[in-house]
Design a protein around this ligand. Structure first.
Ligand SMILES: Cc1cc2nc3c(=O)[nH]c(=O)nc-3n(C[C@H](O)[C@H](O)[C@H](O)COP(=O)(O)OP(=O)(O)OC[C@H]3O[C@@H](n4cnc5c(N)ncnc54)[C@H](O)[C@@H]3O)c2cc1C
Length: 434
């Protein structure tokens, strides 16, 4: 199973090979106290830690493996506006104001990332410019609706609907019918972002422990989190293990998030001619299908190409063999290009695709943030902020998320993933037939 959290090194990715912040933290070997203990050292955990330490709390982060070991250090690196999908569906639960607040936070979330990079001078190849891509007329319609909503909301960045001809300004591919250019979204090196953020947090006083899986929680006025060799007693606890949290530590949240595998390949560095004929303006791209292709250039001009979506909990035997035909379908001019890296990670899927941000019903001092459903680089940063706001006494924005109901997937730990695989195969079939 690819999603077992257990004291492992970083995935063998392009990101790990080009890591700029190789800092290591000790394992927890004693009994300590903190105002806030955070389980999980990905974007959610690290950014909550930054927001909390800036508000004056003492913070401890427990990470089962290495900081950024999970999805945060392996993802496609696409920093895309918005939180959740089709958020109008929640109007009856959170009202029009709630929907408007989430839309606004979807823009703020990207700004938080840009501010982190600027404030802490994080070297993570951040570049702005992104384009949604349409494979069929229904995608154009979807983009147009998104464009109209963003314009009505006063989106502060350049936004442009592009037809097939106009699209050739930004991408050398015949595969798409049109696109929507968004200069308020972009791409970055996610492992360097999360480990750079952790270095900044550590310099502000956050205590990080790696190889320190939380194995038991004792609830109470002051929750206690136990690892194999130590424990943390705290006033507030945040569970931010996302797809890697498993079912045992806290079944209430474990049953609401399903791990789904997504995968990335990195080509050899492209020549200037290859760059000019594929992605001449250094933008990120993704199409709008369920099992989407997403891609952009790295800082050293490799094409990082991601896709696939598996629900079995097992990695494909040959990631390159599975992804390369998709890359060549988008860019036939790259046929024969060398592939230097392949890797994958687990996305945390929630049934309604809105991030799950809340408190445990039986323990209001225990918070959780998870299930970004493949769109978490920005949303995790927003989650960190609203959780810190709630812990420090301003729960208005946190409550917008906490009010939304999230279904527990049926089937129990053994059968959830196979059931979801059947459900998703059905949705993909419907998509192809449309
Ligand atoms: C291949 C891939 C591509 C993606 N591409 C994009 C993209 O381009 N754009 C985008 O917006 N989103 C993308 N995502 C999603 C995005 O990466 C995630 O939404 C985001 O990183 C989630 O961050 P997190 O901190 O919540 O979880 P994670 O980064 O997964 O971190 C959770 C951490 O918790 C730790 N942990 C778990 N259990 C315990 C425990 N018991 N004790 C201690 N620690 C524990 C794990 O070891 C892990 O390090 C992608 C995801 C994947 C896998």
């Amino acid at each position: 199973m690819a999603h077992t959290a257990s004291n492992l090194p970083h995935a063998n990715s392009y990101y790990a090979a080009t890591a700029k912040y190789p800092h290591r933290y000790p394992a927890l070997t004693e009994s300590i106290t903190a105002d806030v203990c955070i389980v999980g050292g990905g974007f959610s955990g690290v950014n909550s830690a930054i927001e909390l330490v800036l508000r004056g709390y003492s913070v401890v982060v427990l990470e089962a493996n290495k900081i950024g070991w999970g999805a945060s250090g392996r993802n496609g690196g696409e920093l895309i506006r918005g939180i959740g999908h089709g958020i109008e569906q929640f109007t009856n639960q959170i009202g029009k104001e709630g929907v408007a607040a989430i839309s606004q936070m979807g823009v703020e979330a990207v700004q938080i990332v840009r501010d982190r990079v600027a404030t802490f001078k994080i070297d993570c190849d951040l570049a702005m410019g992104y384009c949604d891509l349409a494979l069929k007329p229904a995608h154009i319609k979807e983009m147009q609706e998104d464009y109209d909503d963003l314009k009505a909301q006063g989106y502060p960045h350049e936004l442009r609907m592009m037809n097939k001809d106009e699209l050739s300004e930004v991408i050398g591919s015949e595969r798409y019918l049109g696109g929507m250019l968004d200069m308020g979204s972009g791409h970055l090196h996610p492992l360097n972002l999360v480990t750079g953020e952790a270095s900044a947090a550590a310099s502000l006083g956050v205590k990080f422990f790696e190889d320190s899986a939380a194995v038991e929680i004792i609830k109470g006025k002051q929750p206690v989190v136990k690892t194999a060799t130590g424990q943390v007693k705290c006033d507030f606890l945040l569970l931010a293990g996302n797809a890697y949290i498993g079912h045992k530590l806290e079944p209430y949240i474990g049953g609401k998030v399903l791990p789904a595998g997504s995968y990335v390949i990195a080509t050899e560095p492209l020549s200037d001619e290859q760059v000019a004929s594929t992605i001449p303006k250094n933008m990120a791209f993704a199409d709008l299908s369920i099992a989407l292709d997403y891609y952009h250039l790295s800082g050293d001009n490799r094409l990082l190409f991601g896709g696939l979506c598996t629900y079995s909990g097992k990695d494909p035997k040959d990631i390159t063999g599975a992804l390369l035909p998709n890359l060549e379908r988008v860019f036939p001019q790259l046929k024969g290009v060398g592939i230097d890296f392949e890797w994958g990670g687990m996305i945390g899927i929630g049934a309604n695709r809105l991030p799950q941000i809340g408190r445990l019903p039986d323990a209001p001092n225990i918070f959780y943030a998870q299930a970004y459903s493949g769109h978490g680089v920005n949303a995790t940063h927003m989650a960190g902020k609203v959780i810190a706001e709630a812990i420090s006494g301003t729960a208005e924005r946190f409550d917008v998320f906490a009010k939304v109901k999230h279904m527990t997937f049926p089937g129990g730990p053994m059968f959830r993933s196979p059931l979801l695989a059947v459900g998703m195969a059905y949705h993909r079939l419907k998509e192809v037939l449309q």
